[in-house]
Write a protein that binds this ligand. Structure first.
Ligand SMILES: Nc1ncnc2c1ncn2[C@@H]1O[C@H](COP(=O)(O)OP(=O)(O)OP(=O)(O)O)[C@@H](O)[C@H]1O
Length: 804
């Protein structure tokens, strides 16, 4: 009723609305009316449930779900109906339904009462149980109290023990606190590092995210790469096929090389035999020459004797004639005297004194006649003897003459044989050189010649031991040298070794073929490397004003212009252009520039001239703005060389009176056409005198000289870096690290014929530098460059100078 009232006052919209389907459903099912019952009822119902649950827990049994359901139903039975509901129930249509519902509720109420009775009974049982339990608890409490007393005692004991332990623990605690403080600081440090690590981690995470982006990018790229890879694989297969064909070609070349080597060996054997033969023939020839000279001496002596005898004979003949004349006059006188005597005898009457006189005169005349006859006889004897002597001399002279003629024939014979042998040797040597060239071309190596200069007066004369010696026997004779350092003998072998006594001409003979090939359309590069004062400029340029000591550059030019003349007969016409530059302190300077400003500037680019080095696809090198001059004779080139030599950067150092402080590059571009064969060749001859390497400590350089030395050493070390990279067959060769290496790129890594002179000083004080130079040269010798290629074509092309 109470709730009925309150519902009249403030009915809940959801519960009071009879049209609400929830309310209607809830009542029809006999369950709680709606999910939102009135608050007061709800609280009571919930408390009831909670109490029942509490009892169930005390008895140790779980609440019966069916009971819970019935309680809920009873609650539903207590739901009030609003006035409108009652009125609606009173409604005729609802009456029956209401009745059945009320009956149901009534049954439920009875059921509920039964269950309440059961509950009361259950509560009574519980009460009994509770009392029993209380007794048990009391006994247990007594027991616990007793145990507590006992425990109190033991606790006291334990407390004392614990106090002691506490004391100890306090101590421990103090030390632990210290430790903790320490650990705290460690912890702080760790925290710091942790913070740093966190930062790092953040950075790493950023990096990771960036990397993952990159990864995805790369994965995309990888896919494209994979596609490329597959196409490359195809290409690789094709290349492998090409490679096998190349290998076959290579084996063919190798067999040809082996055949060439065999040929070379055979020719060398033949040469050795011919040389041996030649030496015996030379020995024989020498002895015959000696004999011939002795015979010539004898012949001269005999001739002299003959002349003396002939003179004697003419004198004797004159004397004889005189004696004969005297005799004839005496005879005449005698005849006259005899006639007079006859006359006197006839006129005997004439005085006896006169007769005596006449007789005396006659006797005198007779004596004179007798003595003259004796004289005549001795003279005749002398004449006969002289004539005999003359005859003998004549005879021996003819004998000597015939003998000497025989010998002369023999000598002529031997001379012819010698000439033939020498021709054979030259031919053999030429074949050997050709074969050697072929082998080198096939090998593709840079050739290295070593030249040791003679000891100079300014060299260290205090050291007596020889630093360099040359093996004279064995296979490497003429190609090897031994360097003594700290009692150790280090051997080096090159393509050729020139001893100090070898002349400029002999050195040139060895390179003349190489120079020649520039006319045949090859790029040729010859450069001199070595310590300062070791003879590079002497080798390349020679000694000025001394024609016998001309260097390789003037000799090469003379040969080229001479051969050009010969080749004109075969229809060849050549055009030649010359340029000369120096690299000084990493700056290119034009040595043929007529503008002195260009020469004086340290940095030539200031004057608008860049002197930029460029290589074209054919491996030709061009230097922009460089003066290029057409030349027609070696004299013109000599004039230009003199001009360049005057412009070169030369200075005095402790090691050399006239030291080249720059790298000198001479270039001759040769362009030949043969109108009859419509052929064209383009050759380049590069002749380079490098600046000398020197140790700063030894050179004693300061100021500008120091700067120059540093620049020289830097560019030479770039050169050695390039050589090492080439020797190791590295993918990247640092040609661009210096102007020198970039300029020489086609010579070092291309298809030109390259020869390096390593100049060495025999001065024992320079052993260290010599060792460095020789080691570097050995590396260069092992370097493989491209196989030399001839630049030849059929159509004329316009080209200006390049540096091959
Ligand atoms: N083979 C030789 N015969 C005679 N003299 C020589 C020979 N080689 C060099 N000389 C002399 O040795 C000296 C130094 O030679 P040169 O100037 O050619 O050395 P360099 O290596 O060019 O030195 P730098 O690098 O300092 O220019 C010169 O006086 C030169 O005439």
């Amino acid at each position: 009723m109470n709730s009925y009232r309150s519902s009249n006052r403030a009915p809940l919209a959801s519960a009071s609305n009879p049209s609400s389907p929830q309310n209607k459903k809830g009542c029809a099912d006999g369950g709680p009316i709606g999910k939102k019952p009135r608050i007061g009822k709800m609280a009571g119902g919930a408390a009831g449930v909670r109490n029942r649950q509490a009892f169930a827990v005390v008895n140790g049994s779980a609440p019966d779900p069916s009971q819970t359901a019935s309680v809920a139903e009873s609650e539903c039975g207590a739901v009030e109906f609003t006035k409108e509901d009652v009125e609606a129930l009173l409604n005729e249509k609802m009456k029956n339904k209401m009745r059945s519902t009320l009956k149901e509720k009534h049954d439920q109420m009875i059921d509920y009462i039964k269950r309440l009775k059961l509950c009361i009974k259950w509560f009574q049982e519980l009460e009994v149980n509770y009392l029993e339990e209380q007794e048990n608890v009391q006994t247990r409490l007594n027991d616990v109290e007793r145990r507590c007393n006992e425990a109190e005692l033991s606790m006291k004991n334990k407390e004392e023990e614990l106090n002691a332990i506490i004391m100890e623990l306090r101590k421990n605690y103090a030390s632990a606190r210290e430790k903790v403080a320490k650990e705290e600081s460690d912890k702080l440090a760790v925290m710091d590092s942790l913070a740093r690590e966190k930062e790092d981690r953040l950075a790493a995470e950023k990096c990771q995210s960036y990397l993952s982006e990159e990864l995805t990018k790369y994965q995309g790229e990888l896919q494209t790469s994979n596609q490329k890879l597959s196409s490359l694989n195809d290409m690789f297969k094709r290349l492998q096929e090409y490679n096998t064909s190349l290998q076959q070609y290579n084996t063919k070349l190798q067999s040809e090389l082996a055949a060439a080597n065999d040929n070379l060996k055979r020719v060398e054997k033949e040469k050795a035999a011919v040389v041996e033969n030649l030496s015996t023939v030379r020995g024989h020839n020498k002895s015959l020459q000696d004999e011939l000279t002795s015979f010539r001496g004898l012949e001269d002596e005999a001739l002299k004797q003959k002349e003396a005898l002939a003179k004697e004979v003419t004198i004797i003949r004159g004397e004889l004639q005189q004696v004969r004349d005297d005799r004839d006059s005496l005879r005449m006188q005698l005849q006259q005297s005899t006639a007079e005597l006859e006359k006197v005898k006839m006129c005997s009457e004439k005085s006896s004194t006169e007769l005596d006189k006449l007789t005396f005169k006659n006797k005198q005349l007779e004596e004179k006649c007798l003595s003259q006859s004796g004289q005549l006889r001795t003279l005749q004897e002398q004449l006969v003897a002289a004539e005999k002597k003359q005859q003998i001399t004549y005879m021996s002279e003819s004998e000597v003459r015939t003998e000497s003629e025989e010998r002369r024939k023999l000598i002529d014979d031997l001379r012819n044989k010698l000439e033939e042998a020498e021709l054979k040797i030259i031919e053999g040597e030429n074949i050997r050189k050709k074969l050697h060239n072929t082998i080198l071309e096939l090998k593709g190596n840079i050739r290295v010649f070593c030249r040791v200069r003679p000891l100079l007066p300014e060299d260290d004369a205090s050291m007596e031991a020889k630093a360099i010696s040359f093996p004279t026997s064995g296979e490497t004779a003429g190609r090897a040298l031994d360097l003594a350092q700290n009692g150790q003998n280090l051997s080096f072998t090159f393509d050729k070794v020139f001893t100090p006594d070898v002349s400029q001409e002999d050195v040139f003979v060895e390179i003349s073929q190489l120079v020649q090939s520039a006319l045949d359309g090859y790029k040729v590069c010859i450069f001199a490397y070595g310590q300062t004062g070791s003879g590079k400029t002497y080798t390349m340029m020679g000694r000025p004003g001394n024609p016998d000591q001309k260097g390789l550059i003037p000799r090469s030019l003379e040969q080229i212009f001479q051969t050009k003349q010969h080749l004109q007969l075969q229809g060849w016409k050549y055009e030649m252009q010359v340029s000369m530059l120096e690299i000084y302190n990493e700056t290119i300077r034009d040595l043929l520039s007529t503008n002195r400003l260009d020469m004086s500037k340290a940095d030539s680019s200031i004057g608008g001239k860049q002197y930029a080095i460029k290589h074209d696809v054919n491996g030709n090198t061009h230097v922009s703005d460089l003066t290029v001059i057409d030349v027609r004779s070696s004299k013109e080139v000599s004039y230009l060389l003199d001009q360049a030599a005057r412009s070169r950067s030369v200075g005095k150092t402790q090691m050399n009176e006239q030291s080249s402080r720059s790298h000198f590059v001479f270039t001759l571009k040769i362009s030949g056409t043969n109108e009859s064969t419509d052929q064209q060749v383009q050759g380049v001859l590069n002749l380079i005198d490098l600046a000398g390497s020197e140790r700063l400590s030894k050179s004693g350089s300061t100021g500008d000289r120091l700067k120059e030395t540093q620049a020289i050493n830097k560019s030479l070390s770039s050169l050695s870096d390039v050589i090492f990279a080439l020797a190791k067959k590295e993918d990247h060769v640092p040609f661009r690290n210096s102007k020198l290496t970039y300029l020489l790129q086609p010579c070092l890594g291309g298809d030109s014929k390259t020869l390096m002179f390593v100049n060495v000083s025999p001065d024992p004080a320079s052993v260290g530098e010599s060792l460095c130079s020789l080691r570097f040269a050995s590396r260069v010798n092992a370097c493989e460059i491209g196989v030399p290629r001839r630049q030849t074509n059929m159509r004329p092309v316009d080209s200006r100078l390049s540096y091959g």
